[in-house]
Ligand binder design. Structure first.
Ligand SMILES: [Mg+2]
Length: 267
């Protein structure tokens, strides 16, 4: 039976990880901030009274506190920093999420993660949540910030397009919410932003995602922010809020059901 193949509305779903695939209330975010403040105090010898405000200000201004510290000229090893701030996180508070796992596995689109975190943290979080095999790949800190432009590291099966290199200052960290970071991720993943939905808990990242041409879903709040097409209290509400994600699949199922019903009649 000939079926008209309608082009799918969405071809890819791009997810932030921290505080998007699990709730802010897990305490991981708070513990992470505490570790970053500790690093600033102990390793960068920043005056204790200035640390909390500086940590927050740099986060707001540069996307991550780490990116801000580099921009200010602090020199430290990226891997060492990540090991310090993620090494003692309460990962045990993250539990397997079979509901989210089923939702992700039932989505017919490509699924990718775009996180400012490093690869080790991403792997640990996804494994704790029981989601390590639900996505095709993770675009993380190392993907966007390779040691040198000739040594881009990929994770999972993402092909890296070396032509997307952009000259950057030696200390500059590429991370959300910079438009350049999101556009680079789009190129690396080889996706069409107009047919991709981007999920993130950060209003700034959502605004940048919209500027990059993506469909956007704010997660963790039901209140819409600038640039958000949809706002979800929890990632678990995707089915109700975005039934169109499954629409392409439904159409296929209907065709298959019609075909099998026909076969039954003919038999
Ligand atoms: Mg997040």
């Amino acid at each position: 039976m000939e079926t008209a193949v309608k082009e799918a509305k969405y071809e890819c779903l791009l997810f932030d990880m921290d505080d998007t695939l699990y709730p802010l209330s897990s305490g991981v975010n708070l513990a992470c901030r505490k570790n970053i403040e500790d690093y600033m105090l102990r390793h960068l010898q920043i005056e204790e009274s200035q640390v909390p405000k500086m940590c927050l200000d740099l986060y707001k201004e540069y996307g991550t506190t780490m990116a801000g510290l580099k921009e200010l000229g602090f020199e430290f090893d990226n891997d060492e920093f990540h090991a310090y701030v993620h090494g003692r996180l309460p990962y045990e508070t993250l539990k397997p999420d079979p509901l989210l796992r089923n939702i992700l596995l039932s989505m017919p689109q490509r699924k990718l993660i775009l996180t400012n975190a490093d690869q080790a943290h991403a792997a640990k979080v996804l494994s704790r949540l029981g989601l390590e095999d639900c996505c095709e790949g993770v675009i993380c800190f190392e993907t966007l910030n390779p040691p040198t432009s000739d040594d881009r590291r990929s994770f999972a099966e993402i092909d890296i397009d070396s032509s997307s290199d952009t000259p950057r200052g030696r200390n500059r960290i590429l991370c959300k919410p910079s438009l350049e970071a999101i556009e680079t991720a789009i190129k690396i993943a080889g996706i069409d932003p107009k047919r991709t939905i981007f999920f993130d808990d950060s209003a700034r990242n959502i605004a940048a995602g919209k500027a990059a041409g993506l469909h956007t879903v704010l997660v963790g709040s039901s209140v819409l922010v600038a640039g958000a097409d949809v706002a979800l209290e929890s990632i678990h509400n995707i089915r109700e809020a975005l039934p169109e994600i499954w629409q392409d699949g439904d159409q296929l199922e209907q065709v298959l059901a019609a075909t099998s019903a026909e076969a039954v009649v003919l038999a």
